[in-house]
Design a protein around this ligand. Structure first.
Ligand code: ASP
Ligand code: MG
Length: 441
């Protein structure tokens, strides 16, 4: 069984859904994971913000506008009288459900129920389209098997048991459609895997059934060696190890949800990143294999806060780092980069929600400085211990960029530097020239 996931733009219009239907034509068994139609989840977030503010009129206007978009989509996607009727009934039902939330108290539970509607609609409409075209498929409700635990982490055993149980009901079927992103939490309530979570669903589904391969289809030909929106002359990376892909996804490569490498790596299932607009392109293969000893890619993550914590003595004073980390742990704020010296420790976070409280606590035993508008620029590759010269290449390329922090040695796959965001584009371009295109200059 293969798991194939299509993102929001891949199902963004009737036309794009036709292409997806063509791409999944095959005699091999597959589970197709779909995102919501592009723009939908953003609209549902907007509707929810209006409702949080008690702006019922505003919310109703947004709901009507989105409903109208779907009326057009149904008309373009479905052709038979029966298909159109079913399509319209389906969207009317979902939008009626959403409208009901304008009448009552609005909390995070209602928001999560609203956010789930995008994927429920896209998968059902696609399923109707296949049905209309004589393609037999089964719609598997993700809410019957995707689940997170008390910590909010996906419960792979539960997912595996329940997905396998669902699949057993259809011993003769080969094509299954399910929703990305949505799940139930430990209390059985509707929840989600956070924005961009459909990739994560695909990887979890793949791991749950020990799939032969997980394919993530987007509209770019794989993971690039640098950010193609900023840097010229980037190219797709043919092969990456799980660890390299995880570092890249975490440190900024937008093509893949950062957590989505983990389940695939756990069960050693290859992940292929492919392009719906160019299906014959090789894309990127992520697997256990490491192609050894070279620099693969550069990525950057914005919105970073650097926190410098200084005390009279740090390294000699054991327990100091623990007191620092405990504070971040208490506020459930993950640390990305960290560097230390005898008198100070600098670290970075990308979630400022509890920053003020964290700083207040740190100040009880240290002096603290916070710099915002920072970016982590991360060079990923296979920096094997016995190979020389990586650092010199990287820093030679960055010779004109002021660097705030350096982190090397945390893993053999990553060298990260922190720069002010205003230097990010320059840093990415300099690294591209210095590391990948030096022959072309
Ligand atoms: N529809 C969700 C989002 O826009 C999940 C996804 O597309 O992966 O974030
Ligand atoms: Mg995505």
């Amino acid at each position: 069984m293969k798991v194939v996931k299509f993102g929001g733009t891949s199902v963004g219009s009737a036309e794009r859904m036709f292409s997806v239907a063509k791409l999944i034509k095959s005699s091999e068994p597959r589970i197709v994971v779909l995102s919501a139609v592009s723009g939908t989840t953003n609209s549902l977030v907007e509707i929810s913000s209006a409702l949080y503010k008690g702006d019922k009129d505003g919310a109703n206007k947004l709901i009507d506008a989105l409903h109208n978009k779907y009326k057009v989509l149904v008309k373009e996607l479905l052709k038979t009288a029966d298909g159109i009727k079913k399509g319209n009934e389906l969207i009317d039902e979902h939008f009626e459900y959403i409208r009901n939330f304008t009448k009552d108290l609005f909390t995070i539970h209602e928001e999560k129920a609203i956010l789930a509607q995008g994927e429920l609609i896209s998968t059902a409409l696609f399923h109707y389209y296949l049905e209309e075209n004589g393609e037999k498929s089964v719609l598997l409700p993700a809410l019957n098997f995707m689940r997170t635990d008390e910590e909010g982490e996906p419960d792979l055993n539960y997912i595996s048991d329940n997905l396998k149980r669902e699949l057993k009901n259809y011993p003769n079927d080969k094509l299954f459609i399910t929703q990305g992103y949505i799940c139930r939490n430990a209390f059985g309530e509707i929840d989600n895997l956070k924005r961009g979570g459909s990739d994560y669903t695909a990887s979890l589904v793949g791991a749950a059934i020990e799939a032969e391969e997980i394919q993530i289809w987007t509209d770019i030909d794989g993971m690039h060696n640098n950010d193609p929106r900023i840097v010229k002359k980037t190219f797709p990376i043919e092969e990456l190890s799980f660890d390299e892909a995880a570092e890249l996804a975490y440190f900024g490569a937008k093509i893949l949800h950062p957590s989505s490498v983990l389940p695939a790596r756990l069960k050693n299932i290859p992940v292929r990143l492919l392009n719906t607009m160019q299906p014959e392109a090789k894309g990127t293969l992520i697997s256990q294999k490491s192609s050894g000893g070279n620099i693969k890619a550069v990525a950057a993550k914005d919105g970073i806060y650097a926190i410098k914590i200084r005390s009279g003595r740090m390294l000699m004073a054991y327990g100091f780092l623990r007191s620092v980390f405990e504070i971040f742990e208490r506020y459930k704020t993950p640390i990305d980069m960290i560097t230390t010296s005898e008198v100070a420790v600098s670290l970075t976070i990308d979630e400022p929600k509890n920053l003020e409280a964290i700083v207040a606590e740190l100040k009880s035993f240290a002096t603290v400085e916070v710099d915002k508008d920072q970016s982590i620029v991360c060079v990923v590759g296979d920096f094997l211990g016995e190979h020389k010269g990586y650092a010199v290449k990287i820093f030679e390329a960055l010779r004109n960029i002021p660097i705030r922090m350096i982190s090397y040695g945390g893993s053999p796959n990553n060298v990260s530097v922190l720069v002010e965001t205003k230097y990010k584009n320059e840093a990415l371009t300099a690294l591209n020239d210095g590391l990948f295109n030096s022959g072309n200059k």
